[in-house]
Design a protein around this ligand. Structure first.
Ligand code: GRE
Ligand code: ZN
Length: 344
């Protein structure tokens, strides 16, 4: 942090990374890196219709151009996950269960080809909490997966249904995640059109520009306020995009007119900051901003921030070269680029 504070601001904000390939940190691990199967590929098209010739093949590829880009930019390992919203948007519950299982089987096969380079987060049919427990257990115990990545709320039964995971029917699921001892990555999706009136006429704010973060931050705060972490004291959640905006708001979330001494009216026992720092890890996926990284380190500690790219929605060269050169200490770079992921 001190390094950053004394560096010229313009260089940090404006310069694109220029480190030649091979000169940056080696051995990086990235955790929010996506692939698709034919059944889910189409979900990503709206996020890159103009570049679909590039984006589509990149989502389907695992062992070829992805690996070459990783080699070129010092990324030793990717933890792979299905694209979004995929399983979460399949309101036919039986189909959601089938597609999750199929995607996880494909992923397991790909990881088996290069276990030193790839690991796996499970896609889960959260529409049916018991099925989600069964699938996560299968993935972790039988297929060697290292956690789950779920794309926000699930639609179940009807297209208009919205299930957030603070709801009581998910408590057994969370206890199972905690007992398995694996992290749960809460990944963004867009709010449903019926829940998006604030964005009407301003579609540019949907997706990664804004709505992904707003939607995911609310979901994370719902989990916290529900008292989930009092019931599951060892549960660990990962958020991408340097925390979906929560870190810069942490003080305010708990502070709000604090002199008035009104108690929090939610089920949880402690303030939001307490749970956020104890139960959440952040990744740099799709947010290659050094000021935002420094803020995340300041709020969370360097042990709870991990490198990620968000391939193929973001470029491996840009993310990797940014971390390689970011004005943080080299010991923090190694923790963020590698060691924290191994520990988690
Ligand atoms: C993501 O996976 O984070 C993502 C998408 C679509 C567009 C941008 C983006 O799924 O970052
Ligand atoms: Zn992503």
């Amino acid at each position: 942090i001190a390094l950053w504070l004394t560096a010229p601001r313009t260089a940090l904000h404006d310069a694109r990374p220029t480190t030649p390939p091979g000169n940056g940190m080696q051995g990086k691990i990235a955790l929010e890196e996506h692939f698709a199967i034919p059944a889910t590929l189409g979900d990503s098209k709206v996020f890159g219709a103009q570049v679909w010739d590039t984006l589509g093949p990149r989502l389907l590829d695992i062992q070829d151009m992805r690996l070459k880009e990783m080699d070129r930019h010092g990324v030793e390992m990717m933890i792979l996950s299905l694209n979004a919203p995929a399983v979460q948007a399949i309101h036919d519950v039986k189909r959601a269960v089938d597609v999750a299982r199929q995607a996880n089987d494909v992923l397991a096969e790909e990881v088996r080809k290069r276990p030193a380079r790839f690991a796996a987060f499970a896609a889960l049919p959260m529409q049916d909490p018991d099925a989600a427990v069964a699938e996560l257990t299968r993935c972790v115990k039988e297929l060697g997966f290292v956690g789950a990545l779920v794309n926000g709320f699930s639609q179940a039964g009807t297209p208009d249904s919205v299930l957030y995971y603070d709801l009581p029917q998910y408590r057994p699921f969370w206890r199972a995640v905690e007992a398995l001892g694996v992290p749960f990555y809460l990944h963004p999706r867009n709010p449903l059109p019926s829940w998006s009136r604030a964005y009407e006429g301003h579609n540019w704010m949907l997706g990664p520009n804004w709505a992904f973060a707003a939607e995911t931050a609310v979901h994370a705060l719902r989990l916290i306020g529900s008292g989930l972490f009092d019931e599951c004291p060892n549960l660990q959640i990962v958020l991408g995009h340097l925390g979906e905006g929560i870190p810069v708001q942490l003080w305010r979330i708990d502070g709000r007119n604090g002199w008035m001494k009104a108690p929090h009216k939610y089920a949880a026992k402690h303030g939001v900051g307490h749970y956020f720092r104890k139960h959440f890890h952040l990744t740099t996926s799709g947010n290659f901003s050094t000021p935002a990284l420094v803020n995340a380190i300041a709020e969370m500690g360097a042990d709870r921030v991990m490198f990620s790219i968000d391939w193929p929605f973001e470029a491996i060269d840009e993310g990797a070269e940014w971390l390689d050169k970011a004005a943080i200490s080299d010991s923090d770079r190694v923790r963020i680029g590698r060691d924290n992921a191994i520990k988690l």
